[in-house]
Design a protein around this ligand. Structure first.
Ligand code: SF4
Ligand code: SF4
Length: 192
């Protein structure tokens, strides 16, 4: 059996368990900006063929995430790392013939997951860095010296008090301290 045939067979054997449907989850998504056209998706797959992440990662399929959202499979979606992988390039929005907004739907699902204390490790670390330093990543000294060597200006200092004041109003720090489940991919676990 070719790999395409075996993928098709495994797709056919995938069962959708509608007893797991969460109707209030579907409603929440439809009420969020970008979620209005959720149910218009007819699984043409254009979003998958336009998606740069899907080209590198065969398990990542925006159309599948949209389908699972239509079925209200909240728990499966919240347990998947895929909802954290969208690069928000918006190619899927440009190509969708039905005006569905997969990128917005995926972001909305991730936001709802974070509200319930579930977050991908990379997002948790980036957000924690921002809370603590005002920066997503600390630039190593060696890079700063290299910049200086090639005549680039010094990196601007961050006014951490201002950043923290702003973040306080968003409740980000509180959300981070209420994280119940951190999503990690198998690759990330292996590299520990
Ligand atoms: S392009 Fe639009 S209609 Fe087609 S599968 Fe993706 S979301 Fe659904
Ligand atoms: S916005 Fe996200 S889902 Fe849409 S094409 Fe870009 S990476 Fe893929």
């Amino acid at each position: 059996m070719t790999s395409q045939e075996s993928e098709a067979t495994s797709r056919r054997s995938d069962k959708i368990n509608l007893t797991k449907t969460d109707k209030s989850f579907i409603k929440s998504l439809e009420n969020l900006p970008g979620g209005e056209a959720l149910k218009l998706c007819y699984q043409c797959g254009s979003c998958i063929s336009s998606c740069p992440v899907a080209q590198f990662l065969s398990e990542y399929k925006p159309a599948q995430i949209v389908r699972m959202a239509v079925y209200g499979l909240k728990d499966e979606l919240f347990a998947s790392r895929n909802i954290w992988l969208c690069s928000t390039c918006y190619a899927c929005l440009e190509r969708c013939p039905e005006g569905v907004r997969p990128a917005d739907i995926i972001r909305a699902i991730a936001n709802l997951a974070f509200k319930e204390g579930i977050v991908h490790i990379a997002f948790k670390e980036s957000a924690t860095n921002i809370v603590n330093t005002g920066k997503m990543f600390e630039v190593p000294e060696i890079r700063k010296k290299k910049r200086e060597k090639v005549g680039l200006p010094k990196l601007p200092e961050v006014n951490i008090d201002e950043v923290q004041k702003l973040l306080k109003s968003t409740g980000l720090e509180e959300r981070l301290s209420n994280v119940k489940k951190v999503i990690e991919s198998s690759e990330e676990k292996k590299s520990e």
